[in-house]
Design a binder for this molecule. Structure first.
Ligand code: AMP
Ligand code: MG
Length: 551
C-alpha cells in the first residue's frame, strides 16, 4: 500500500453540523450542511487515466504505482486513513426556477489533504453511488460524460481558467442505463467515476437553500467557514466582512465568465447549484466549445428552446445568479443598497471588460484586463471608437459562418498594419486577407462582395487604430497568442476519444490530454490534426453537435 498515507481531514465535517445517517435513502434534510455517505462499491474497477502532475502535487503519486489499488481507492471501494465520505446539502435555481433541495446526488466527498503549497485540496468522487440527495437518480455516471469532465477540466486549468480538476478516471466495470436524449431509447453504457479535486465544492446553492429554509444561524456559520478557509485574506472589520466577501465573489465570477467568453466555452447548465463560491468552473455536463460564431449557440439540447445558457447569454446569467446569491445573503449582509450597488457594478464592469477582452483578442492590449492599459488606449482614441471597432468585429464574425478559435489564430499571423495601413495611395490587400482567413470559414455560398466590403472596412479601422497607438506586428502577435488558444476540446474531439474508449482503446484520452496541456503553444506535430475546423461528419452526430444533461 501507500508508503506515506496522507493525513486526510474534513474541515467541512468538523466545523459544520452533519446528518450522521449514512443510508443512501433520498430524503429532505434540515439543520445540517452535509449527510454522511456510504460507499456503494464496484465489482471490477479499472483505472484508465490519471493526472500525474496533480497526483504529484497531492503527494499521491505512490498510489498509482499499483493501478489496481488506485482503481479501488478512486471508485470508493477502499478508503484511505482519515477519509470520511459525505454528501453536501445545497439547493439551487434550475433554468430560472427555484428547485428546492438538490445536494450531492452523485458526488461523494472523501476528505482533504495539503498540496505542495500547503493549501488543502478536497477529493470528491463523481458517480460513486447514491446519497441522501440522489432524489430519483442512481448516483452513477457514465464513461461518456466522465471522460468529457476529465479532459475538459484539465484543458481549463491549462488555459489558466479556474476550474475543479480531475485526478483520475476509473471504469466501474458495471453498466448503467441511460436515455441519452430522453426520447425513449435507453441504452446500457459503461459506468465510470471521476475523482475531482478542488479547494472547495461549495456552491451558491448552499447559501440559497439555507435562506429558503430560514436556517440563518447555520448560513452565517457556513459563511464564516468559507471566509476563514477560502477567503482568509479578507481582514475587514467584522461589520464589513461579509460585504467584502460578496464583493470578491462578484469579482471572481466576472473574471470567470469573461474567460469563458474569451476561449469560447459554453457551460451549458449555469444553474445556481453549478456556480462555485470560489469562481471555479464546476460541473462539466453538456458543455461545448463555440465553433462557428453564434452568440445564441448552446450545446445543451434541453436548452434549445429558450437558449438561456447560450454563449452570448452567459454573462447575463452569471449576473442573474449573483443576484440570487445576493437575495440569499440579504439577512447576513443586511444592507440592501450595498447589494444592489454590487449587482449594478457587475453590469458596468462587465461592459468595460468585455470591450477590453475583445481588444485583447485583437492585440490592442494584454489579457487579463488592467485599468492602466485601458486608460492608455483611451488617450489615443475615444471610447466610442474602440467600441465601434469591437462591434464591427462581432458583425464580421456573424456575417458568415466563422470558426471562433481559428479566426483569431489565423488573424494573429496576418500583419494588418502592413496590408492596410501603408498609406492612402496604396490599395489595401483585401484578397490576401481573405485568402489568409479561408480556413476559418464553414460556408462557401456567401455573397463575397458584401462580405468583402465589410471585411475591408473592418480591416481599415483595425489598421487605423493600430497606427494610432503605434502597435507593431510582433507585439500584436505575441499578445494575441497569449489571449487566444489554438487548441480547444471541440466536441467532436471528445466524442472520438469516447468512441475509442468504448472499444477499450484509451490512447486518444492520453493524446488529447497532452495536446490540451499547451493550448496556446505551437505544436507542429499536432497542428494539422487538431488546429482545424470541425469536420463535416460531426455536424449532426450526437455528442458532437448535440448534448443532453443525461450523464
Ligand atoms: P447537474 O445538472 O449535473 O448539476 O445535477 C443537478 C442535480 O441533480 C444535482 O443535485 C445532482 O447531484 C443531481 N443528479 C444528477 N444526476 C444524478 C444521478 N444520476 N443520480 C443522482 N443525482 C443526480
Ligand atoms: Mg450540479
Amino acid at each position: 500500500m501507500l508508503k506515506n498515507p496522507p493525513p486526510f481531514v474534513s474541515r467541512y465535517l468538523d466545523a459544520l453540523p452533519v446528518d450522521n445517517e449514512d443510508a443512501p435513502v433520498s430524503r429532505q434534510v434540515s439543520g445540517v450542511c452535509a449527510s454522511r455517505a456510504q460507499m456503494r462499491g464496484f465489482s471490477d474497477p479499472q483505472l484508465i487515466a490519471w493526472n500525474p502532475d496533480l497526483a504529484g502535487s497531492l503527494s499521491l503519486q505512490d498510489l498509482f504505482t499499483n493501478p489496481g489499488v488506485a482503481a479501488n481507492v478512486l471508485c470508493g471501494n477502499q478508503l484511505l486513513p482519515g477519509m470520511r465520505p459525505y454528501a453536501m446539502r445545497y439547493g439551487g435555481h434550475q433554468f430560472g426556477h427555484w428547485a428546492g433541495q438538490l445536494g450531492d446526488g452523485r458526488a461523494i466527498n472523501l476528505g482533504e489533504l495539503p498540496d505542495q503549497r500547503g493549501r488543502m485540496q478536497g477529493l470528491q468522487l463523481k458517480g460513486a453511488g447514491p446519497t441522501a440527495y440522489s432524489r430519483q437518480g442512481d448516483g452513477l455516471a457514465v464513461l461518456r460524460s466522465s471522460l468529457r469532465e476529465y479532459l475538459c477540466s484539465a484543458a481549463m486549468i491549462a488555459l489558466q481558467i479556474p476550474s475543479t480538476r480531475a485526478l483520475s478516471l476509473v471504469l466501474t466495470g458495471e453498466q448503467v442505463v441511460r436515455d441519452m436524449f430522453y426520447d425513449g431509447n435507453p441504452k446500457l453504457e459503461s459506468g465510470a467515476v471521476v475523482c475531482r479535486v478542488s479547494e472547495s465544492f461549495i456552491r451558491f446553492g448552499h447559501f440559497e437553500l439555507l435562506a429558503a429554509r430560514h436556517e440563518f444561524p447555520l448560513q452565517r456559520q457556513l459563511a464564516d467557514f468559507v471566509i476563514a478557509n477560502h477567503y482568509a485574506h479578507i481582514d475587514q472589520d467584522p461589520a464589513r466582512r461579509y460585504q467584502a466577501w460578496f464583493h470578491e465573489i462578484c469579482a471572481c465570477s466576472l473574471q470567470l465568465v469573461l474567460d469563458w467568453q474569451r476561449v469560447g466555452f459554453v457551460h451549458g447548465v449555469l444553474n445556481t447549484d453549478n456556480m462555485s463560491i470560489l469562481g471555479e468552473t464546476i460541473d462539466y455536463g453538456p458543455y461545448g466549445w463555440l465553433e462557428d460564431y453564434d452568440p445564441l449557440w448552446t450545446p445543451n439540447t434541453t436548452d434549445a428552446a429558450g437558449r438561456r445558457y447560450s454563449f452570448g447569454n452567459q454573462p447575463a446569467i452569471v449576473h442573474w445568479n449573483l443576484a440570487m446569491l445576493a437575495n440569499a445573503l440579504y439577512q447576513l449582509i443586511a444592507d440592501r443598497d450595498f447589494l444592489e450597488a454590487e449587482i449594478a457594478q457587475f453590469e458596468s464592469d462587465f461592459q468595460v471588460r468585455m470591450t477590453g477582452l475583445q481588444l485583447a483578442k485583437t492585440g490592442f492590449c494584454n489579457w487579463p484586463w488592467n485599468a492602466g492599459e485601458w486608460q492608455q488606449l483611451l488617450q489615443h482614441a475615444p471610447v466610442e471608437e474602440w467600441v465601434a471597432f469591437v462591434l464591427q468585429t462581432e458583425e464580421l464574425l456573424k456575417s458568415r459562418s466563422t470558426d471562433y478559435t481559428i479566426f483569431y489564430d489565423l488573424l494573429a499571423d496576418f500583419n494588418i498594419g502592413a496590408a492596410f495601413g501603408a498609406g492612402l495611395d496604396s490599395a489595401p490587400d483585401l484578397a490576401a486577407l481573405h485568402r489568409h482567413l479561408a480556413d476559418a470559414f464553414y460556408d462557401s455560398d456567401v455573397d463575397t462582395a458584401t462580405y468583402n466590403s465589410r471585411l475591408q472596412k473592418w480591416a481599415e479601422t483595425y489598421a487605423r487604430l493600430s497606427r494610432r497607438i503605434g502597435l507593431e506586428q510582433p507585439l500584436r502577435k505575441r499578445r494575441m497568442r497569449q489571449c487566444n488558444p489554438r487548441y480547444v476540446l471541440r466536441n467532436y474531439m471528445a466524442q472520438e476519444a469516447i468512441d475509442l474508449a468504448e472499444t477499450g482503446d484509451y490512447s486518444r484520452i492520453a493524446e488529447l490530454f497532452q495536446l490540451l496541456q499547451k493550448p496556446y503553444a505551437d505544436q507542429p506535430a499536432m497542428h494539422n490534426r487538431y488546429c482545424k475546423k470541425r469536420p463535416a461528419w460531426a455536424n449532426s452526430k450526437p455528442g458532437c453537435a448535440m448534448l443532453s444533461c443525461s450523464s
